[in-house]
Design a protein around this ligand. Structure first.
Ligand SMILES: Nc1ncnc2c1ncn2[C@@H]1O[C@H](COP(=O)(O)OP(=O)(O)OP(=O)(O)O)[C@@H](O)[C@H]1O
Ligand SMILES: [Mg+2]
Length: 321
C-alpha cells in the first residue's frame, strides 16, 4: 500500500464514483504508485493557489448525474482548467471531458477525422423529435447525448410507438436536454467491439455479445453492478478479439484520433455492420476494466494503466526534484 502524505507527489484520481476505484487502486498499489482521490462532489479551490504536485487523472463520467452528482461535470471543468493553467500533468483533461459528456461532440470529431459514424440527428429539447423521427428509416434508436450506462437508449419500430413515448410519462428526459435519433445499426454478427487504449496506445479489443438484445451491455465493471431492480449481466459475454491488433487499420486510426483529441485513456466501441461498414459509436474516457473481461484477455489494461500513470508520476517527480 503506497499512500502519499499531503505534499508528496501522487496520482490524483478525480472522480465521483467510489464503486469504480478499488480495482484501479489495487492496480496502482501493486505497481507501487502513490495515489490519492480527489472527489468531484464538492470542496473548493483557491484559483490563485498552486495545486498539489503530481499527476492528475480525470475519471469524470457522463453518467455522474445518475448518482446524484449533477454538478460533477461543472466541477471537473473548473478544476481541470485550473490544474492545466498551472501546467500540471493532467491525463484525460478538459478536452476529454467535453467528449465524455457529449456523444454529439464524439460523432462530430470522429466524422471530421474521417471515420464513418452512425447517421445521427441531434434534437435540442423535445419540439423537433417527432418531425425529425419521420426523416429516419425504421427502426431507429434514441439515446441521450450525455449518456453512459445506455441512458435513453431505446429502439423504435413504429412512429406511433415513438410519438406515444415522446408524449407519455415514460419519456426519459436527458440531463442536458439533448436527445439523439440514430439509425438502427444491424451488425454482421451479434456483437459489438470495445477497444481499450491506455497512454494513447492500444491494449486489447473485446467483443461483447449483444444477442440478448439488451442496450445496456458494456464491458465496464460498473455495468456489471446491477442497479436496484435491474438484471445482472450474465457471464460469458466477452471474448478477446485477437485479430483486432495494434496494426489493425481502425486501431491505428483511433490511436491517431485519440492523440489529436487529447485523450490518453479510453474504451472505444464500434460496430461492424451487415453492409460492411465499421462504425465507432461510443468513446468512454472513464473506462473500467471488468475482471470478467480481464479474465479472457491476454493483457491487463488495469496493469497497463498503473504502469502508465506510474511512469508519468516518475517523470513529473524527477522534474520537481
Ligand atoms: N444505433 C444503434 N443501433 C443498434 N444498437 C445500438 C445503437 N446504438 C447503441 N446500440 C446498442 O446499445 C448499447 C449502448 O449504446 P451506447 O454505447 O451508445 O450508449 P452508452 O450510454 O454510452 O452506453 P455504455 O455506457 O453502456 O457504453 C451499444 O453497446 C449497442 O449494443
Ligand atoms: Mg457504449
Amino acid at each position: 500500500m503506497t499512500r502519499p502524505t499531503a505534499d508528496t507527489p501522487a496520482v490524483h484520481i478525480l472522480h465521483e464514483n467510489e464503486e469504480w476505484i478499488p480495482p484501479l487502486a489495487a492496480a496502482l498499489d501493486a505497481a507501487g504508485v502513490a495515489h490519492r482521490e480527489w472527489p468531484l462532489t464538492g470542496g473548493s479551490i483557491d484559483l490563485s493557489a498552486e495545486p498539489p504536485h503530481g499527476v492528475f487523472w480525470s475519471r469524470l463520467s457522463a453518467s455522474s448525474h445518475t448518482r446524484g452528482h449533477e454538478h460533477a461535470k461543472e466541477q471537473a471543468r473548473a478544476v481541470l482548467r485550473w490544474l492545466e493553467s498551472w501546467g500540471r500533468r493532467v491525463v484525460n483533461g478538459s478536452r476529454a471531458v467535453e467528449l465524455e459528456v457529449s456523444k454529439a461532440a464524439q460523432y462530430t470529431a470522429l466524422r471530421a477525422a474521417g471515420f464513418e459514424v452512425p447517421h445521427t440527428v441531434v434534437v435540442f429539447g423535445t419540439g423537433d423529435l417527432k418531425a425529425r423521427a419521420r426523416e429516419l428509416p425504421l427502426p431507429f434508436i434514441t439515446k441521450h447525448n450525455q449518456g453512459g450506462k445506455g441512458l435513453g437508449v431505446r429502439r423504435f419500430d413504429t412512429l406511433a410507438e415513438f410519438d406515444a413515448y415522446v408524449d407519455g410519462p415514460e419519456f426519459e428526459h436527458p440531463v442536458d436536454g439533448i436527445t439523439l435519433l440514430q439509425e438502427y445499426v444491424v451488425t454482421a454478427a451479434p456483437f459489438v467491439t470495445r477497444a481499450e487504449f491506455v497512454g494513447g496506445r492500444f491494449v486489447y479489443a473485446v467483443e461483447v455479445d449483444t444477442s440478448a438484445g439488451s442496450f445496456e451491455l458494456c464491458p465496464a465493471e460498473a455495468c456489471a453492478v446491477p442497479e436496484p431492480g435491474a438484471v445482472a449481466e450474465p457471464a460469458g459475454l466477452f471474448r478477446e478479439r485477437v485479430e483486432v491488433s495494434a496494426e489493425h487499420p481502425l486501431v491505428v486510426a483511433l490511436e491517431a484520433f485519440l492523440a489529436e483529441q487529447g485523450v490518453e485513456v479510453a474504451g472505444v466501441e464500434f460496430f461492424e455492420t451487415a453492409d460492411g461498414r465499421t462504425l465507432p459509436y461510443d468513446i468512454n474516457t472513464n473506462t473500467n476494466y471488468s475482471p470478467d473481461v480481464e479474465a479472457v484477455t491476454s493483457r491487463s489494461a488495469a496493469a497497463a494503466l498503473a504502469r502508465f500513470l506510474g511512469a508519468e508520476l516518475a517523470a513529473v517527480s524527477a522534474v520537481a526534484a
